[in-house]
Design a protein around this ligand. Structure first.
Ligand SMILES: [Zn+2]
Length: 158
């Protein structure tokens, strides 16, 4: 394993979270995000905040997708096609004429220039650490835990 760099996993988790949020709350993908290996955050424009139950449902759904061991692939499309079919709001204007679409099986497809894992099984376990709502913006902070050592089991011995 080349070091402990979780960025490709984090990047892929972001795609899944965005897709889940849009499917569940029709809020679109995050308009702003900050992805780091230890902790990441995504901002969504949404009418109201989420209850604990709703946050848990989002987390559970993301983990269900991860556990399906879905292959992550890429496709190249023209900028025009990308603008027509995908959310390109976060692509830089000068991204060029050929746009890379990251696909997560049939579940999600989104243009992205970042690095990703090749299968969702590499992501680990997805954990939302907070979901704060302010002025129409929901900020979800999340991290990834390794499959082998779920944090809850360490914190809460039986
Ligand atoms: Zn990405």
């Amino acid at each position: 394993m080349p070091g402990k760099d979780y960025n490709p996993a984090m990047h892929t988790a972001e795609h899944i979270l965005n897709s889940v949020m849009d499917k569940m709350y029709h809020c679109g993908r995050s308009f702003s995000s900050h992805i780091e290996s230890r902790k990441s955050k995504c901002d969504y424009r949404i009418k109201k905040g989420l209850s604990h139950k709703e946050v848990f449902a989002v987390e559970r759904t993301v983990n269900e997708i991860i556990k399906m061991n879905i292959p992550v692939g890429e496709e190249l499309v023209s900028r025009r096609e990308a603008d027509k079919k995908y959310f390109t709001g976060k692509l830089p204007e000068d991204a060029g004429d050929t746009i890379r679409i990251i696909t997560i099986g049939n579940f999600d497809a989104c243009p992205c220039i970042g690095q990703h894992v090749s299968n969702t099984s590499e992501i680990g376990s997805f954990s939302i650490t907070s979901a704060d709502f302010n002025d129409g913006v929901l900020r979800i902070r999340f991290r990834l835990l390794e499959h082998d050592a779920p944090e809850q089991e360490i914190r809460q011995p039986a």
